[in-house]
Design a protein around this ligand. Structure first.
Ligand code: SAH
Length: 385
């Protein structure tokens, strides 16, 4: 650790969200590079990690847990790792400051509107989490109140007051989660104000985002990430592109101007609906999106002889499924661009792809999550003609 450097956040130890906060930013980047080289160096040269000019307050999505402390006072913040104790958080080094202010104001409003927080021990109460998402480019703000029940008697005056305090809020959604699982959002939603989605702009394209869809949390670095991925694809306008694990279609839509056509596949139906709406929003006629498991879809393509020229794959931390990798090897696109948020599972999957004949051409780490231990990587794979 650097002599004389102190972690900027007083909650550093109790919160646990920023594992590298005790290090100055350039040192954090060096650590991440060392990890990338240790895990991926055997596949080829690892380019220097692309960091941020200002690595603070980058998160456009903030999710606060609401509950009671030992003295039965209302608290909001984040769960201490591995426990159900909420560490009270009012401001955070990496979260959007407007989102943080909205969450604190909601907490202060609860008593006046007779809103009880959910008590995990008794299973009683109402409000469990508040999720705020802000479009950094559009300024649109979505507030999702996650509650244990749909019965919200003071809903109208509460929302009215919240909008008075924060006119930047463009939509408010009640999400009902009555299950005892770590998953924050439930399946049911009730619209309380506005369209139920927000819009944002990334890489010169507009994107609609609904509460349960995945959207990259660091929009500044997402442009760097997608820019890298699309340049690796080296599209000429003639390619059929598959955007696997496409979320709301951001990568495919960003790449679509250079491709003949883009097909996106994604498991989450809400996200696919957003992706279809997003193609329309951008006036694109060469993008199609479908709901399903990426591996099964890819196998279906291989069976029917549909061969994409380029495949983008951006799976969750667990990495790609074996079925997907097998199908990828079978359909043998000329280029595959792997966008990964976990270099460990990435290395495992690269072993399969290189054993199947692909060569790793470029490895570019991007710092999407400053102060945390997480690191994103873009890898270009090609196969010899
Ligand atoms: N490419 C998008 C989303 C990446 S996150 C973006 O940059 O925003 C990974 C996505 O994979 C999530 O949207 C998740 O819902 C989806 N997913 C998870 N498992 C999947 C599977 N088996 N098949 C298809 N999509 C899956």
């Amino acid at each position: 650790m650097d002599q004389g450097y102190t972690a900027p956040c007083p909650l550093h130890k109790s919160c646990g969200g920023c594992q590298l906060q005790h290090l100055p930013y350039p040192e954090q980047l060096r650590r991440k590079m060392a990890r990338e080289i240790a895990l991926l160096g055997r596949f080829g040269h690892v380019e220097p990690i692309l960091g941020m000019a200002d690595p603070t307050h980058y998160r456009n999505k903030v999710c606060a847990a609401f509950g009671l402390d030992g003295k039965r006072r209302i608290v909001s913040g984040i769960y201490q790792p591995g426990s159900h104790r909420i560490v009270p958080v009012d401001t955070c080094l990496i979260e959007d400051e407007i989102a943080d202010r909205i969450i604190v104001d909601i907490r202060h409003m609860l008593r006046d509107f007779k809103i009880q927080v959910f008590d995990e021990r008794s299973g009683r109460g109402f409000l469990r989490h508040v999720l705020v998402r802000r479009g950094f480019q559009s300024g649109e703000v979505m507030v999702v109140l996650v509650a244990a029940s749909p019965v919200f008697p003071t809903q109208k005056p509460f929302v009215k007051k919240l909008l008075e305090k924060h006119p930047e809020i463009t939509t408010v959604v009640l999400n009902i989660n009555d299950r005892f699982t770590p998953v924050v959002l439930g399946e049911r939603e009730k619209l309380l104000h506005g369209p139920g989605t927000i819009e944002d702009t990334l890489c010169a394209h507009r994107f609609r985002i609904s509460p349960r869809s995945f959207y990259q949390v660091n929009p500044v670095q997402t442009e760097v990430l997608y820019g890298t991925a699309v340049s690796f694809a080296a599209l000429t306008g003639a390619e059929t592109v598959l955007d696997a694990y496409c979320g709301i279609g951001t990568i495919g839509i960003t790449a679509s101007g250079g491709a003949k056509q883009v097909i996106g596949v994604e498991l989450n139906r809400a996200a696919v609906k957003d992706a279809i709406a997003n193609a329309k929003l951008n006036g694109l006629k060469n993008c199609w999106f479908t709901a399903g498991d990426a591996g099964e879809y890819m196998l279906g393509c291989a069976r029917e002889g549909i061969r994409p020229d380029v495949v983008f794959l951006d799976p969750p931390r667990a990495g790609s499924s074996e079925a997907f990798l097998r199908a990828l090897l079978k359909s043998a696109p000329a280029r595959a661009v792997y966008v990964s948020c976990d270099p460990g599972t990435l290395a495992r999957d690269l072993d399969v792809l290189t054993a199947g004949g692909y060569q790793v051409r470029k490895i570019q780490p991007v710092d999407m999550f400053p102060f945390t231990e997480h690191v994103e990587t873009v890898v270009l794979l090609t196969r010899p003609c």
